[in-house]
Design a protein around this ligand. Sequence first.
Ligand SMILES: Cc1cc2nc3c(=O)[nH]c(=O)nc-3n(C[C@H](O)[C@H](O)[C@H](O)COP(=O)(O)OP(=O)(O)OC[C@H]3O[C@@H](n4cnc5c(N)ncnc54)[C@H](O)[C@@H]3O)c2cc1C
Length: 424
Amino acid sequence: MKKNIVIIGGGAGGLELVAGLVNQLKNANITLVDSSPIHLWKPLLHEAAAGTLNSYEDELSYYNFAVRKQFQFCLGSMQGINRSKKEIYLAPVFDDHKNILIPERTIPYDILVMAVGSVSNDFNIKGVRENCLFLDNTEQANFFHQHLLKTLMQLPYRTEKNITIAIVGGGATGVELAAELHYAIRQMAKHGMTFQPENISFVLLEAADRILPALSQRLSDLVTEQLNKIGIKIYTKEQVKEVTPDGFITHSGTFFPAEIKVWAAGIKAPEFLKHLDLEINKINQLIVKSTLQTTRDDAIFAMGDCAYCFDEKLGKAVPPRAQAAHQEAALLVKSIQNSLKNKPLPIYHYRDYGSLISLSYYETVGNLMGRITKSLMIEGKFARFAYRSLYRMHQKALYGTWWVSVLMFANLLTSKIRRRLKLH
Ligand SMILES: Cc1cc2nc3c(=O)[nH]c(=O)nc-3n(C[C@H](O)[C@H](O)[C@H](O)COP(=O)(O)OP(=O)(O)OC[C@H]3O[C@@H](n4cnc5c(N)ncnc54)[C@H](O)[C@@H]3O)c2cc1C
């Protein structure tokens, strides 16, 4: 009997795992479930929102990929589980008019991997959901882009010509988005849109006493300096307590008016994980052992942003990063093979290769962590190359070295004639 291996979520980690498993396991049924029919590597979402990346050019269809790699793809959102029967339940899929396209389904599994990522955490703050834009998936990034274009198109014809774009969250996502939007807006003005870029101001609100609080002081200072240089106003120690249609109210009593309001202030794992009778933490992440098996069920693994894995060597939890999801996918390819052969499972230790922050075409800064040099600060072209290589590693895990080289060559050939900016 072939074993059923089911992976829920084909994101940065889940899709790499599927690609690795189909290469290694010949006598198992591999099924990928995702609530979306297309995949776009999540760290590209801020570029898609700004329009500096055309999401259609970089997205992957799960259906096509499944045919090419020979696994099953099921479109749908997981909503429940029966662990004793080893079955998961998918919610029906609806069309735009709320008609059922695909009914509820049951999928049996022998091994289940949860790789459902994370969504923005609104911390139940009043007005966030109703008034802010988010960057959790491609749909939201495309919506963001359309909203930005419409606002900028109307701007020259309005009485009030000045607008503020405010981003809450001075972590990597907020910082990168601020720089990307700043650059994209200047490019839009050069490409025939008639607004004045000087009329658009940028505000970044952060609750901690500095931006990038999870990264080193030096990196934070460098990024602060760069953002100040391009005119992005940073306000630290400003914790938002309410969002209104007109702006943000913080605990210090200050009101920050903003027309475009973006929420990038932390993450939580999806809500449905609360109802699986598996151990979770405060932000719904499934708690896993160092083998990435969930604490209550050895047949269920969790990886990426939806997993809470305390790394003894690191002395803290593995961070929610594409880098971690990539490493965990590689480990789980081995773990699942071992599990099918009843062999011991390998232990996961997070290897931090450093952090890179891309400030669009203005600058890329970061630190690389090596075995000999503990931390090496890098900037400029080399840092940009290292930043881009993260995405190449993801593509390599999906398509293999040969096809990534072909993709890179094709990009190089078409880069001169391809649109750099998405204006529709
Ligand atoms: C704008 C932005 C920039 C970032 N930049 C970086 C960076 O530079 N470096 C870095 O290391 N990290 C970065 N990150 C973080 C990184 O994107 C995540 O850590 C990484 O994507 C996590 O991978 P994952 O596989 O756990 O989840 P994801 O990549 O989010 O994939 C989750 C998948 O699960 C699917 N899914 C969700 N719920 C269900 C359900 N109920 N049923 C079925 N499918 C479901 C989703 O559709 C999605 O395809 C960035 C994040 C953002 C938002």
